[in-house]
Design a protein around this ligand. Structure first.
Ligand SMILES: [Cu+2]
Length: 140
């Protein structure tokens, strides 16, 4: 395993051992991010907002922010966790500058980082687009 060859001391690290040197700052950043998660959302304008998309296992398709269905969003960066829970459905999101989808035949969870621009976005299941379809507005 990779860990077997790591030095066990923490002082006088060899100058060429860069992966180890990078580890400590990264941990500090992660701790900082989770602490900031408890702070005001307003202070985190640069942090992408999380959304949850889900399709299946029945004939349902949703996009939520927290517990609420997305109706309007502010333009910007979002991280969408897409749960495609059925092998006969998929989740597609399309709109200005975006057209992305999971595979119909696969059950899969994907994380999409997307940039939403002002306009109308639609999410749908391709095989059942006539009834598994919804839209939301993105505003400036
Ligand atoms: Cu479907």
């Amino acid at each position: 395993m990779a860990g077997a060859n790591l030095p066990t001391y923490h002082g006088g690290m060899p100058a060429d051992f860069k992966p180890h040197l990078l580890r400590a700052p990264r941990v500090v950043m992660l701790l900082g991010a989770s602490w900031l998660g408890l702070a005001s959302q307003a202070a985190l304008a640069a942090t992408p907002i999380k959304l949850n998309a889900e399709v299946g296992p029945g004939f349902t398709i949703t996009l939520k922010k927290g517990n609420n269905r997305v109706v309007t969003l502010k333009a910007g960066s979002y991280v969408i966790t897409v749960r495609d829970r059925a092998s006969d459905h998929n989740f597609r999101l399309r709109g200005p500058g975006l057209n992305r989808a999971t595979a119909v035949s696969r059950v899969e969870t994907r994380t999409w980082t997307v940039s939403l621009r002002p306009g109308t976005y639609t999410y749908l299941c391709d095989p059942h687009a006539s009834h598994m379809k919804a839209s939301f507005q993105v505003k400036r």
